[in-house]
Every structure is written in C-alpha cells, then in structure tokens.
Design a protein around this ligand. Structure first.
Ligand code: ADP
Ligand code: TRP
Length: 349
C-alpha cells in the first residue's frame, strides 16, 4: 500500500486555501492509502510564537483537522514534535543540503525580503530582489533549512505521495532531491522519491479576495473554516471589484476571475454558468455575485465549523488521538531512521 504524508503549520485557523489546497485531499484519501497527517509545530517555531500561545495553536489545527473529517481510526494523526526521529533525520539530511540551493528557495527569498522591508519600514516591492544588505535583520537558520525539515517529515515515513497546494511544489521537489542524494551517497535505496498528489489534477492555488495572489495566513486575507456567517459575508462583500464589463465578452481582470475561482469550489455549476453568461453580456451585478458566493461558502463551511468547538474542548478525546497517533508515527519513523542510520554507517558497540 502506498504511503501518504502531509502537514500544516500551527500558525492560526485553517482557511479555504488550506482546505481546498490540502485538507480536502487528506480526507478523501485516508481510506485508500497508509496516511500520516501531522501538525507542523516545529515549523511554526521559525516565527517564534509566544510559549503561552504555542499549545493552543497546535490544538486549533488538531480540532479543525478532525472537524473537517480526518478520522484517527483511518489515518495516523500526530503532532510533529511528538516524533523526535524527525529531528534526527533532519540532522542527517542537513549534511546533504547545500546553502546555495536553500538560499535560492522562493519561500526563503520571500521571507528575507519581507523581513528587510519590515526592518526598514518600507514596502516589500521597495526591496530589490538581489538586495545584499542584511543590516538590522536576523534571519534564523531554521528559516533557511525549513525545506530540509519538511523533507525529513516526508522521508521519515518513506512517503510516496504528498498532497499539498501549488506553493509547496518547490519544497517537495527539494525533498525528492534529498532522497536521491541520500540514496546515491550511501548506495542504498532507503528513500522513495515522493510525488505530489492531487488526483491527477494540477495543484491548486486558492486566491485571496483582495486582488492579490494566494489566500494565506501571513497574507492576512483568509476566509477561515472557523469564521461565522457574518464574518464570511463581510469578507466576501469587501472583495475588490470594479464597475463591470463595458463590452460583451470582455476579458476578465484577475480580481474578478478570483471570485469565479472560489465559486468553482463551493457553488453549483448552473449558478456559476448564470453568472458567467451575465458577465459575457454585461448584465452582471457584482453585488449579487458576492452575495451568492458568500452564501455558498457559508453553506459549505457550516457543518465543519459546527464541530470545531466541541472537539477543541474535548481533552480526553484529543489526548487519546495524539497519543495513539504519536505511537503509530514513531513506529514507522523509527523503522526508517534505523535504515538511514545503518546506511550512514552508525553501529552499536
Ligand atoms: P499558509 O500559507 O496560510 O501559512 P500553510 O503554509 O501552513 O498555510 O499551508 C498548509 C497547506 O495548505 C499546504 O499544503 C499549502 O500548499 C496549502 N495552502 C495554503 N494556502 C493555499 C492556497 N491559497 N491555495 C492552495 N493551497 C494552499
Ligand atoms: N511547509 C508546509 C507548508 O508551509 C507544511 C509542511 C511541513 C508540510 N512539513 C510538511 C507539508 C511535510 C507536507 C509534507 O504548508
């Protein structure tokens, strides 16, 4: 049976990007494959969350995972830091990761640019892409080696498939590189090369409603599974639009296309077709489009939202789930780590 691994950082509530880009697939394939899903709490440390908030953030993702349909009897659900084998493999893999390739990772470059912009009190676009001035910014090494830790998460279970959104493809490619490099270096096929998984379809990117790129926690434009109807409606009604197409069959600006992209995820095809036809003949009213979109998002998220609080407050259940998950994950991780250690040459006296 094929093995699947994926995780989400514990940095806030889950939004529609997390759901449609990742979690929806986690749920769909949990019966079909040997699935390991986790809460990436170690990864969240790159931004130094306050210790008083740390545990609650892990609990939030766990509760939302379960509310969205992850079933601990069907998959292995665990907290990353409960499996120390991950950190040991991370050390071994760090020896095979090159500083240059880590520095060229898009997510790293974006984070560095953002940190510089914040330190200088300017917009990100005001920091040149090849800016070399590190004055006033401290970029921690955990941020640089973030993709190595992620590779370790994946390779520690010898995963075949990794369901993630489009933004994670470069990290996944790097995990493949490290798997190959390890196998070549030590002459053993310890790690299979993990592949992206999205049911044979291209990985998806859920857009934000502010006309910018993706929906994200750090982008501050999330529509969360935990949001109530009023909040969702307010967020959708605020979405960027304009005065509407002036000529039949006009091309769609990105920010309007984004509304349709979200609709494609939550609305009925006939409804979408009606609005598309109205766009084409210029009769569309963006207010109506947004009302429909807000209503359909609410309808979609309601059954998930309704379950979150109960699960979040159920200590006994969460304790049981995480203990059982950690035990199963550690068993799998220890077996892989033993192979890796043997390949590297460790022996007991
Ligand atoms: P965020 O980007 O909001 O901080 P994470 O980085 O923790 O969230 O992402 C967790 C998972 O959700 C990853 O698989 C990622 O690819 C997916 N994801 C996040 N945002 C989006 C989005 N806007 N569209 C598609 N997938 C997304
Ligand atoms: N880096 C991923 C993100 O930001 C989260 C993550 C950590 C992950 N380890 C992973 C995803 C392993 C898939 C597999 O979204």
């Amino acid at each position: 049976m094929k093995t699947v691994v994926s995780g989400i950082r514990s940095t806030g509530h889950l939004h529609l990007g997390n759901y449609f880009g990742a979690l929806r697939n986690f749920v769909k394939i949990q019966e079909q494959f040997n699935c390991f899903y986790f809460i990436a709490d170690l990864h969240s440390l790159t931004t130094h969350p306050h210790p008083d908030d740390f545990h609650a953030s892990v609990r939030t993702i766990l509760a939302e995972y379960l509310a969205a349909g992850l079933d601990p009897e069907k998959c292995t659900l665990f907290v990353q830091s409960d499996v120390p084998e991950v950190s040991e493999l991370y050390v071994l893999l760090n020896m095979l990761a090159y500083k240059g390739e880590l520095e060229r990772t898009t997510s790293f470059k974006d984070k560095v640019r953002l940190a510089k912009a914040q330190a200088r009190g300017v917009a990100v676009s005001d920091v040149a892409e090849n800016d070399q001035n590190d004055e006033g910014v401290n970029i921690n090494a955990g941020l640089l080696t973030y993709p190595v830790l992620m590779a370790s998460d994946i390779l520690i279970h010898r995963a075949n498939y990794v369901p993630v959104g489009k933004d994670q493809m470069q990290h996944l490619e790097f995990a493949r590189t490290l798997a190959r490099r390890f196998n070549n270096m030590y002459g053993e096929e310890v790690f299979p090369e993990p592949e992206a998984f999205n049911f044979g379809q291209a990985p998806i990117k859920v857009p934000g409603l502010d006309g910018s790129g993706k929906m994200g926690k750090s982008e501050g434009n999330g529509i969360y599974l935990y949001d109530d109807e009023k909040t969702i409606t307010k967020k959708v009604m605020r979405a960027l639009t304009d005065s509407g197409p002036k000529e039949p069959n006009s091309p769609m600006p990105d920010y309007i296309q984004n509304l349709f992209t979200l609709m494609a995820l939550v609305s009925e095809p006939v409804v979408i077709d009606q609005f598309k036809a109205a766009y084409a003949d210029c009769s569309i009213r963006y207010g109506d489009l947004k009302k429909q979109l807000a209503a359909d998002i609410c309808k979609f998220t309601l059954p998930i939202r309704e379950r979150i609080d109960d699960i979040y407050n159920n200590d006994e259940f969460l304790r049981k789930v995480t203990r059982q998950g950690a035990e199963k994950a550690r068993e799998s991780a220890a077996a892989t780590l033993a192979l890796a250690r043997k390949a590297v040459g460790f022996k007991t006296f």
